[in-house]
Design a protein around this ligand. Structure first.
Ligand code: IDP
Ligand code: MG
Length: 139
């Protein structure tokens, strides 16, 4: 077990549906500490850059359109095994397969409109957190 940091994004579907408070509440109840949090509207180039690893996937264009369709809330989180802990709380990518105690099970719709993002590894988080939070802004 180690103290890690991870990036969470509350996606446009969840923001539009008024689920920011519910999701932030689940994060806090889980024991993860919020280091930084703000609302942003991604541009198309920013969303393409953030999801560059998926550039060749058939869903890439739809993913970029979705992620730029409205404001998102970005959070830098810290805690014991924060990467796996947040991924566990999120639930699987496909919301229809996510359990009722997960964020995606509670607030997601399907495999694309799935309410939240989470870094998939410590090394990924180390790139994704500075994408939104300059290190000097974090507590
Ligand atoms: P993750 O968000 O659980 O890490 P990834 O495979 O990294 O899942 O995919 C990134 C995002 O791309 C997903 O959260 C979802 O919004 C979208 N996505 C992934 N797979 C599909 C798909 O098969 N169809 C449509 N959208 C998808
Ligand atoms: Mg991913």
């Amino acid at each position: 077990m180690a103290i890690e940091r991870t990036l969470a994004i509350i996606k446009p579907d969840a923001v539009a549906d008024g689920n920011v408070g519910g999701i932030v509440g689940m994060i806090e109840a889980s024991g993860l500490r919020i280091l930084g949090m703000r609302m942003v509207r991604l541009t198309v180039p920013q969303a393409q850059a953030f999801y560059a690893i998926h550039a060749q996937r058939p869903f890439f264009e739809g993913l970029v359109a979705f992620m730029t369709s409205g404001p998102v809330v970005v959070l830098a989180l810290e805690g014991e095994d924060a990467v796996a802990s947040w991924r566990g709380l999120m639930g699987p990518t496909d919301s229809t397969k996510a359990g009722p105690d997960t964020v995606r099970g509670r607030y997601g719709e399907d495999v694309s409109r799935n309410a939240v993002h989470g870094s998939d590894a410590v090394q990924t988080a180390a790139v994704e957190i500075p994408f939104f939070f300059p290190t000097c802004q974090l507590i």
